[in-house]
Design a protein around this ligand. Structure first.
Ligand code: PLP
Length: 379
């Protein structure tokens, strides 16, 4: 089987599993306990925090371990908005874009509904880019946060983070980047962002661990109240094994990043060119060059994307129609609609996403895609 759905999740790396195993065995301490077993766990957690901070270019104290990126995005958005509401006594305004992950869009919806926060969802261009000028125009005197995806999970478009950060910095408004898909492919340090979300399971750590790295100067109200762990920003006994695994995975992903990005980009371009040649009316979605090395997403006019996926799986290729989070939903992708893709074309989408170690024969994959689309078209 050829697994080409790494944007959804991927296997735990052996190095990560090995680093985690002691914490699932006899190093089981609670980092808050005041005895040697607890202190051992606390030291491991501190070490993981330092290692994550080094990769993202922030301070160890800026790293908040969470249950994943959904929680990290919720914490960044609701935490900053509620802190500002409490401080200033008014709801404020948030800027995001129309193509964000559901965990961002739903958090913003919640703040609008429950706290009366105002929100602007920026339009993107036909390739999925947010214009820094459009962002600048959207900022208001009461804007408390800008939250944007560094790279999009469905189409792979990579934003110009530096240009966007220059706009938010000039206005002194914190910038949160959902860096889930960027991790392992793009630099996480030096983006100019004040907060970054990362999910362990997209980079070779297990599901159920993530990070919100947020600079200490950004006021943040917790979502989870309790024992005051994570410097009172996320209560609950920490997932020590998960944090250790995430730190190892992030370091490995960073060490391999430039070599993997170059190799996998070439593979992606080869597959893309072959698919465009072999499949009539195939269209690549997202930006032609500012895109994640591992993501190639297409529309194939006149077919159901889901039907093509079944044909592909019969040929040993596992991929997805876009976002795993929208799986089971018959709605066309909000990302593709925001690019201006017609709803009936958006339903034809198929995304291939490669990992760092992708071993793919581009000709065989393109043949499988062409056969699968032809099989669905001939019905
Ligand atoms: N943000 C992006 C861009 C994602 O791709 C995902 C996962 O698909 C998430 C956030 C949420 O991550 P998780 O489901 O691990 O909480």
């Amino acid at each position: 089987m050829l697994y080409l759905d790494h944007a959804a999740t991927g296997p735990v790396r052996p190095e990560v599993r090995a680093a985690m195993l002691p914490f699932l065995g006899d190093r089981y301490g609670n980092p808050s306990s005041h005895h040697t077993v607890g202190e051992d766990a606390a030291a491991a957690l501190d070490d993981a925090r330092r290692r994550v901070a080094a990769v993202v270019g922030m301070r160890p104290g800026d790293v908040v371990f969470t249950s994943g990126a959904t929680e990290a995005n919720n914490l960044a958005i609701k935490g900053v908005a509620v802190a500002s509401l409490l401080r200033l006594g008014r709801p404020g305004h948030i800027v995001t874009s129309a193509i964000e992950h559901e965990s961002v869009l739903a958090s913003v919806d919640f703040l609008e509904r429950v706290h009366g926060v105002a929100a602007t969802r920026l339009d993107v261009d036909g390739d999925g880019l947010v214009s820094p000028d459009v962002l600048a125009d959207a900022l208001r005197e009461d804007t408390v946060l800008v939250s944007l995806g560094y790279a999009n999970n469905e189409i792979g478009t990579v934003q110009d983070a530096a240009a966007l950060a220059a706009v938010t910095a000039a206005a002194r408004i914190p910038l949160h980047l959902d860096a889930v898909q960027a991790a392992g492919w793009l630099p996480l340090a030096g983006t100019g962002a004040d907060a970054l979300s990362i999910a362990g399971h997209k980079i070779g750590a297990p599901q159920g661990i993530g990070v919100l790295a947020i600079r200490g100067r950004v006021p943040l109200e917790p979502l989870l109240h309790g024992g005051g762990q994570e410097r009172d920003r996320r209560s609950g006994t920490e997932n020590v094994a998960g944090a250790v695994g995430l730190a190892v995975a992030l370091e490995l992903a960073e060490a391999e990043r430039s070599v993997a990005a170059e190799r996998v980009s070439a593979l992606r371009d080869d597959v893309t060119a072959r698919v465009m040649t072999l499949v009539p009316e195939a269209r690549l979605t997202g930006h032609p060059s500012r895109r994640l090395p591992g993501t190639a997403s297409f529309t194939f006019a006149g077919v159901s994307g889901e039907a093509v996926l079944l044909e592909l799986e019969r040929r040993g290729v596992v991929s997805s129609s876009g976002s795993a989070c929208a799986a089971g939903s018959d709605e066309p992708s909000h990302v593709l609609l925001a690019l201006g893709v017609a709803p009936e074309v958006a339903q034809t989408s198929v995304r291939f996403s490669f990992g760092h170690h992708a071993a793919v024969d581009p000709a065989r994959l393109a043949d499988a895609v062409a056969e699968s689309v032809a099989a669905v078209r001939s019905r």
